[in-house]
Design a protein around this ligand. Sequence first.
Ligand SMILES: Cc1cc2nc3c(=O)[nH]c(=O)nc-3n(C[C@H](O)[C@H](O)[C@H](O)COP(=O)(O)OP(=O)(O)OC[C@H]3O[C@@H](n4cnc5c(N)ncnc54)[C@H](O)[C@@H]3O)c2cc1C
Length: 449
Amino acid sequence: MTHRVVVVGSGFGGLFAVKALAKADVEVTLIDKTSQHLFQPLLYQVATGILSEGEIAPATREILARQKNVRVVQGLVESIDITAREVCWRFHDLERTTPYDSLILATGAGQSYFGHTEFATFAPGMKSIDDALELRSRIFGAFELAEISEDPDDVRRLLTFVVVGAGPTGVEMAGQIRELANRTLAHEFRRIDPSTARVMLVDGAPQVLPPFGPQLGEKVARELRRLGVEVVLDTLVTDVDDTGLTLKHKDGTTTRVEATCKVWAAGVEGNPLGRSVAEQAGAGVDRAGRVEVLGDLTLPGHPEVYVIGDLMSVEGVPGQAPAAIQSARYAAESIRTRLAGDVPAKPFAYFDKGSMATIAKYEGVVSIGPLKFTGFLAWLAWLLLHLLLIAGFKQKVSTLVRWALSFISNGRSERVTTNQQLVGRLAMEHLGRRTSGPLMRGELADKDR
Ligand SMILES: Cc1cc2nc3c(=O)[nH]c(=O)nc-3n(C[C@H](O)[C@H](O)[C@H](O)COP(=O)(O)OP(=O)(O)OC[C@H]3O[C@@H](n4cnc5c(N)ncnc54)[C@H](O)[C@@H]3O)c2cc1C
C-alpha cells in the first residue's frame, strides 16, 4: 500500500511540506479549516485597505491543482489519536476520520491574550482573514462614527487608535493607521480632521522590535515618533473594555486611555492540537504552548509524527515564515529518507535569513546578520521579498499593481466594510454549531471566545 501522509494546516509549514513531497511515492491528504493558503505577513495591508483578501489568500486547491499525489480537504481537525494513527475532522456536520502512516502537524499559533481571553472581543488580534476584515471595519468605522458624533469626548475616543505589541506586526499596523489618517483620508471628511487622530503603540518591553536589537529598535521608535505615532514602552495593558484600556507603567502608575479601536498584536499561543499530541507522547510544551519536539522535529516514541512551523518549540528558532518553510522541507525530506530505508536525517538546523519590517511608505527596517539598516532601501527589500513569497502568479501581479497605485496616489482601493465583518463573529457565536461549521468552532477553541 502507498505510504499515507496527512498534513494538517495549509500555512507556510503545511503548504511547503506538501510541495516538498511532490516527487515522493506517497499519498498526501492536506486538511485545513480554511480553503486558503494565508500569507499572514500582509494581513495588516488587508486591515488597512491596501490589499484584498484574495490577494494574500489564494485557494490551496488551486495552488496544488497540478500535484497529483495530494488531495486537499477543508475541515476542522478536532482530535488526533497518535496511537491509532488517525486524524478526526469535520466540515459542518460531516465528520470524518483519516488514517495516516506519517503525520505533519502544522497548525501554527494563535493570538495570546496572556490569560485574558475576554480582551479579544474589544481588541481583535491579527491572525486570520476574519481578523483583518473585522479590524478594517473597526478602523474605517471609527472615522465614520467620529464624523457624525456631536460630543467632542466621543470624537476624541473614536479618533484614538491603540496598537498593543511593538513587534513587526504592531509597528506595521501603527504606521499604516497613521498614514491612513495623515494621507489617505486627509481631505475626505467635512467635520473631523483625520490627521488629528491619536495613534499609540504600547509594549511591555523597553524597546520596539526586540528581535532587531536595541540600536535598530531606537531608530525605528524615533521614526515612528517623527510620523506621529506615540510610542509607549515599559508599559503593560492590564484591562481592555469597549471604550478604552488601562495601562500600567514601569513606575507602577496606571493610565486610562479612552479608545474605541484597539488592535492586539502581542503574544502567540500554540494551537491546542499541539498540546494534545504532546500529552499523548509525553512531550513537553513551552510557555507559549508550542511543542518541544526532538531534534528531528518528531515526538518521543513517534518518529512518524512531525510538528513543524509556529507550533514547534526549538531553541533559537523564531516563529517566522522561513522557519516554517525550512522545517517543512526537513520533515518532507525525512519522510522520503525513511521510506528509502536510509538512516534518519541529521537533526533540524535553522538557517537564519534575518528579519524585515515596514514602518511606513518608503520606510523599512532590515536586520540580516551584521547588516542592519533602515530607510528606503530597507522598504524596497521588504517589498521585493514579500512579492516573491506571495503564492500564485495572479496574486503577485495584482499585488504589484495595487502597491504601485497606492504608493503613487496614497489611495486605497480595498475600503469596503460590511456589517457582516463587524458583527459576524459574535453572530456566529450565538448561532452555535448547527449553522457555523468548522470555522467558528476553530476560532472559538483557539480564543475561547
Ligand atoms: C500578522 C502577522 C505578520 C507576520 N509577519 C511576518 C513577517 O513579516 N516575516 C515572517 O517571516 N513571518 C511573519 N509572520 C509569521 C509567519 O506568518 C508564521 O511564522 C508562519 O505563518 C507560520 O507558518 P505555519 O504553517 O506554522 O502556521 P500558519 O501559517 O499559522 O498556518 C496554520 C494553518 O493551520 C490551520 N489550522 C489551525 N488549526 C486547525 C485545525 N484545528 N484544523 C485544521 N486546520 C487548522 C490554519 O487555518 C492555518 O492555515 C507573521 C505572522 C502574523 C500573524
